[in-house]
Design a binder for this molecule. Structure first.
Ligand code: ATR
Length: 271
């Protein structure tokens, strides 16, 4: 029987995940199917139970169900525990194992595809919601010199930093409001959802160091953050590479083989 996988979200019609996983499967000669499934709001657990009964091997999970997936998993890997959210479930004989591959995907996109090492860098993380929390540990694990978390509601940034401070003593960790930011960073990551509303962030042009990388987790259009970064001479990247790389991490977990994400990113970029 062909192995079956899916992505669950609401809405889900425009998900790129089926195309990405189809490309990975072709590339690595894996016999599997992967479809997009819309679960009703409040109906995530029932949808997953049905998929397990139907013999599915695993699912990716997207908005708004990453916390439901976290709750439903009977075992969590360390990154899922840190993120407090799950984007990949693996169905095993007697357990549902929950993972979060978002942060690994973003870090891999930055370090492998964009060829920028985070080690020793001054990193600014904009936002302190679910997306920021999901990448926090994977970024810290790369040993940057500085990690500043800036958020509109500063208390959330403070809480995020306080929680990890003891674990990463070699990183200069700080929490700030946007208008407190007045020094330069080598890597600036936009993990706010401001771009969804085309809202710009009230950050100083000073944050963009010479030849810095400005990385927006959004993809599909140039955001006000990307435009500001470009105007300040930054190298700018959107979140398409992160999307493909987080999928590659999930594929690796499920299939035990790492697909070559770069070729798929290039393909998705033109299609
Ligand atoms: P996600 O899962 O996308 O991270 P979230 O958990 O709701 O969604 O977090 C949204 C993040 O974007 C938060 O950091 C939020 O700031 P607040 O904590 O102050 O709410 C940030 N955000 C959303 N809209 C914003 C805007 N217009 N300007 C600045 N920050 C914004």
């Amino acid at each position: 029987m062909t192995d079956k996988y899916a992505v669950i979200g609401n809405p889900i019609a425009h998900s790129k995940s089926p195309a990405i996983h189809a490309a990975f499967a072709k590339q690595t000669n894996q016999e599997m199917t992967y479809e997009a499934i819309q679960a009703p709001l409040g109906g995530f657990a029932d949808t997953v139970k049905q998929l397990i009964a139907d013999g599915y091997q695993g699912v990716n999970v997207t908005v708004p169900f990453k916390f439901d997936a976290y709750e439903m998993a009977t075992e969590l890997n360390v990154l899922a525990q840190h993120a407090g959210a799950v984007n990949t479930l693996m169905f095993k004989q007697s357990s549902i194992s929950g993972h979060n591959t978002d942060g690994l995907g973003m870090v891999r996109d930055i370090e492998e595809n964009l060829a920028i090492s985070l080690q020793g860098k001054r990193v600014l993380l904009l936002g302190a919601g679910g997306a920021a929390q999901g990448v926090l540990h994977p970024v810290l694990d790369k040993n940057p010199a500085v990690l500043t978390v800036a958020n509109r509601s500063v208390e959330k940034a403070v809480a995020m930093v306080e929680k990890v401070k003891a674990q990463y003593p070699s990183v200069d960790l700080a929490a700030e409001t946007f208008d407190q930011l007045n020094n330069a960073f080598d890597v600036i990551i936009n993990a706010t959802s401001a771009s969804l509303n085309k809202a710009s962030l009230p950050i100083s042009d000073l944050v963009f160091a010479d030849s810095c990388l400005a990385y927006d987790m959004m993809y599909g259009q140039e955001t006000p953050f990307m435009a500001q970064a470009k105007a300040n001479g930054a190298q700018v990247a959107d979140g398409l590479g992160m999307l493909v790389e987080q999928a590659a991490e999930a594929f690796l977990l499920w299939r035990g083989v790492r697909p070559e994400a770069k070729a798929v990113i290039d393909k998705m970029r033109v299609s």
